[in-house]
Ligand binder design. Structure first.
Ligand code: PLP
Length: 379
């Protein structure tokens, strides 16, 4: 089955008792048993709930995996993955990781004896140099936020396999419509479902997908033991959201390209970061592992003035000034004072997050209106 068909049909079937075509919101904590242990596959909703179960199967299918698990947030999903490790184990990750993942690794798990290394993963040799017998996991995020760097998933998989370490890929920015890390050698795919999968800025949720039975066993054991599950209502909303994922992401990509090319020619703009540009440093890797370049774009202003950037993000009318991304509506953000405010200026500037950097999550509105809005704000 191809992507759009899976997005709409995988994991869901009409309700047997009523014929309801949509998976009902099974707002229940428990399930009646005919006798001890004699139930219909559901005992308690932390362990399994039919609405969540349908969504877990659906997300697994669109990531070309066998097993899916949904959590109360993207970070809860990451928390589950790191809990597969033991004290003393080492993780190698990227130096421009999503801030929340960095905080979880360094302020929560480091305390429990797990060691994290952060390195520029655009250079596989630098990753290889950190591998030792304690390396148990490689954690990749690509494209990265907000610099849109691209990491070669197949190259990371080769390093992970040689080290007998797990490869996990945060696929939030790319979406399964554009990139399937399991097909490129990853062991686990993670999503902040909050973003493109939900797609309507109305749910906070996370997901994991894998194909290996042993990893899946651990994933479900930790999900049930720690209990950071998502709710039936939210599962319903995301099932609904995913039905249009392919249509939405197609439009995100189309609008993204038009806006990236518009920004590139604007006299006030210094540099545009978007992996679809032929001169993007890892455009070839992006072309190899992605089926499109998405609607996430960052840019800097000539003169790199903080006040000018703050003025622009305030002046736009259609783009909403907000954190998050991946919804149908266009958002604008200022990483240096918003998502990356907690990182010291010198450290953030080293990774490219300068004072005038502005990030766009291009939505699915009519692109002419979006361009007019940016033109007005930049004037
Ligand atoms: C938002 C985000 C997360 C965290 O997900 P939450 O749903 O906010 O917990 C992780 N990784 C990336 C790339 C994200 O954008």
């Amino acid at each position: 089955m191809k992507f759009g068909t899976k997005a709409i049909h995988a994991g869901v079937h009409p309700d047997e008792s009523t014929g309801a075509i949509m998976t009902p919101i099974y707002q229940t904590s428990t399930y009646v048993q005919a006798g001890v242990g004699n139930h219909k596959g559901y005992e308690y909703s932390r362990t399994l709930n039919p609405t969540r179960h349908a969504l877990e199967k659906n997300i697994a299918a669109i990531e070309n995996g066998k097993f899916g698990a949904c959590f109360g947030s993207g970070l809860a999903a990451i928390d589950c993955v790191i809990k597969m490790l033991n004290p003393g184990d080492e993780v190698i990750s990227t130096n421009d990781l999503y801030g929340g993942s960095y905080r979880l690794f360094t302020t929560i798990f480091a305390k429990y004896g797990i060691v994290f290394h952060f390195v520029d993963m655009q250079n596989p040799k630098a990753v290889e140099a950190l591998v030792n017998e304690k390396t148990k996991m490689i954690w990749v995020e690509t494209p990265t936020n907000p610099m849109m760097n691209i990491i070669d998933i197949e190259a990371m998989s080769a390093i992970a396999k040689k080290a007998h370490a797990l490869l996990c890929v945060d696929n939030t920015f790319a979406t399964p419509y554009l990139q399937n890390p399991l097909d490129l050698g990853a062991d686990i795919v993670m999503h902040s479902v909050t973003k493109y999968l939900g797609g309507h800025s109305d749910v906070v949720m996370g997901a994991l997908v894998c194909s290996d039975e042993k990893i899946a066993g651990e994933m479900y054991r930790i999900q049930n033991s720690t209990g950071a599950v998502t709710a039936p209502m939210d599962s319903f909303l995301v099932l609904r959201g995913i039905k249009t994922l392919h249509l939405r992401v197609q439009r995100h990509c189309e609008n993204g390209e038009v806006i990236a090319r518009f920004l590139e020619t604007h006299p006030k703009i210094e540099k545009v970061y978007w992996p679809g540009f032929e001169n993007h440093p890892n455009h070839d890797v992006a072309k190899k592992q992605m089926r499109g370049f998405g609607g996430m774009i960052s840019f800097t202003l000539k003169g790199n003035k903080l006040e000018e950037a703050l003025e622009i993000v305030k002046k736009v009318e259609l783009f909403a000034l907000a954190e998050s991304l991946g919804g149908v509506e266009s958002l604008i953000g200022h990483p240096a004072t918003m998502t990356h405010a907690s990182i010291p200026k010198e450290a953030r500037e080293k990774t490219g997050v300068v004072d005038s950097l502005i990030r766009l999550s291009v939505g699915v509105e009519d692109v002419e209106d979006l361009i007019a809005d940016l033109k007005m704000a930049l004037a």
